[in-house]
Design a protein around this ligand. Structure first.
Ligand SMILES: Nc1ncnc2c1ncn2[C@@H]1O[C@H](COP(=O)(O)OP(=O)(O)O)[C@@H](O)[C@H]1O
Ligand SMILES: O=C(CO)[C@@H](O)[C@H](O)COP(=O)(O)O
Length: 462
């Protein structure tokens, strides 16, 4: 029996799936946590990959790594890591994002790179490095993304032979989904000079061999991995609730949204992946769950015990600053508290607020012509019964929840199988039927819109 391994090196953890090549059936899995924080030594991901992949990786005939997007892995001329990687959710480069956008205009950035710069993207992190750590910047000879670095480590090759893929390259701010090439001028604008960059491999290329002899596929950004794992088709929009909240769909044409709400990424199949990303999703629920001192099941029971609208409580869930909309310095805001407020209302407000930010993402996608005919809910917080049942009342449309699985890692495994077999198209693995959740829209949208719009002028939210 031929087996392939798919890796998801995401913000909070590494997950590995060992999958049957022909059918996509999951044979085994592993998981290991990452350190907390918005910067991380890449070695910690490598250790987590080895722990999560123990007893699994060496059984695979092919392997691919999907990873959290945008993280800046800076290397010196010898290939040594210069400083801990700055992650996608690190907002310190917000002033650089603002400056670079002002220099050329949002339209020009969107036209050149598919993106309007926000602190998440690699280009702004490089600009921050050049400005704040000149010694580290001077040492830096190459830059790559988390999945590129891990793929290089799996192959045991020098950084000069590193590869990336279209999807992750499209999250840098110096690669064009339209032309399929690096935009060196944009890299130089951000960092001040050129850097060595990984070669962008074809979606189903075998880029090399692992140290145990397996074929290594190019890997992908985590959201493109999920899209491949789910097999998203026209009209499908996925809402992924991990550390980030992402709303995305596969498109035949690149997105170009000068408002910056929709990022014009590439996908893992040669197509495109318009995507809206919020900084705050599953951790909003974690925060309120911890404040209430309950576990996941008790939190769900509380949230479902309250009525839609949470007794007038509304939460603006921008706890760690926000990227979409661009409010990097924002914090969360809870409004409508009365002496009648209950623990149940508080849990419900957390779920409704977090989902309302994703509803804004669905609206932004629709404004770009990507109206969802089917909304698929995935990611860690999609395991929550409260999230599943409240989502239709916030989104105003039914949601479908596919069978519980790590779809990013599954997508990586699918890419590995695709590269291994050399087929023209990715395999069509069956993922099982979805569970449908339905409900009527409550008062949440209006409550939330009022809070979001009223706070937009707050100085500390800019
Ligand atoms: N039953 C649940 N209800 C709500 N949240 C959950 C549940 N199970 C896991 N989570 C949350 O999901 C998150 C991890 O999801 P994951 O998609 O793996 O994140 P990431 O990709 O950012 O590492 C954690 O914040 C965790 O608390
Ligand atoms: O920044 C983005 C997408 O643009 C995030 O989606 C990251 O890719 C991290 O994803 P999770 O680890 O939260 O799944």
């Amino acid at each position: 029996m031929s087996l392939v391994a798919g890796v998801d090196s995401s913000t909070q953890s590494t997950k590995v799936l060992l999958v049957e090549t022909e059918t996509g059936e999951i044979v085994d899995s592993g998981r290991a946590s990452h350190p907390e924080g918005t910067e991380c030594p890449p070695e910690a991901w490598w250790e987590a990959l080895q722990e999560a992949g123990k007893g699994l990786l060496e059984r695979a005939d092919a392997v691919a790594v999907a990873g959290q997007q945008h993280g800046m892995v800076a290397l010196d001329a010898e290939g040594d890591v210069v400083r801990p990687a700055l992650l996608w959710n690190d907002t310190r480069s917000a002033p650089q994002a603002e400056r670079l956008t002002a220099e050329s205009g949002a339209e020009a950035w969107a036209a050149d790179t598919g993106l309007v710069l926000a602190a998440s993207f690699t280009a702004t992190k490089l600009a921050w490095l050049a400005e704040h750590e000149p010694e580290n910047a001077a040492r830096t000879a190459a830059v790559m993304l988390p999945h590129d670095w891990l793929t290089m480590k799996l192959r045991g090759v020098p950084h000069t032979e590193a590869t990336t893929d279209r999807s992750d390259a499209s999250g840098t701010g110096y690669w064009s989904p339209r032309t399929g090439a690096y935009v060196t001028d944009r890299l130089v604008q951000a960092f001040g000079r050129e850097l060595a960059l990984p070669r962008v491999a074809a979606p189903n290329e075998v880029v090399g061999r692992s140290t145990w002899g397996a074929a290594v596929a190019p890997g992908t950004g985590d959201n493109a991995g999920a899209a491949l794992g789910l097999g998203l088709g026209p009209g499908d929009v996925a809402v992924s609730l991990g550390t980030s909240g992402t709303v995305f769909g596969v498109s035949e044409v690149p997105a170009n949204d000068p408002s910056g709400l929709v990022a014009g990424f590439a996908d893992a199949t040669g197509r495109f992946l318009p995507l809206v990303c919020t900084l705050n999703a599953a951790r909003v629920l974690d925060t309120f769950r911890n404040l209430l001192g309950v576990d996941h099941a008790e939190f769900d029971a509380l949230a479902l015990a309250a009525a839609s609208g949470a007794g007038g409580l509304a939460l603006l869930p921008y706890l760690d600053g926000e990227r979409t909309p661009a409010r990097p310095n924002a914090t969360g805001v809870l409004s409508g508290i009365t002496t009648g407020a209950t623990r149940a209302d508080l849990a419900r407000a957390a779920v409704e607020g977090m989902l309302s930010a994703q509803a804004d993402g669905l609206a932004a996608m629709a404004a770009q012509g990507l109206e969802a005919s089917r909304v698929l809910l995935i990611g860690g917080a999609a395991a929550s019964e409260a999230v599943r049942r409240i989502a239709p009342t916030v989104f105003g449309v039914d949601v479908e929840v596919p069978p519980s699985a790590e779809y990013v890692a599954l997508g990586a495994a699918k890419q590995a199988a695709w590269a291994l077999t050399g087929a023209a198209e990715p395999p069509q693995w069956k993922t099982g039927g979805t569970e449908r959740y339905t409900g009527t829209a409550g008062p949440v949208a209006d409550q939330y819109a009022t809070l979001r719009d009223e706070t937009s002028s707050w100085a500390k939210h800019r």
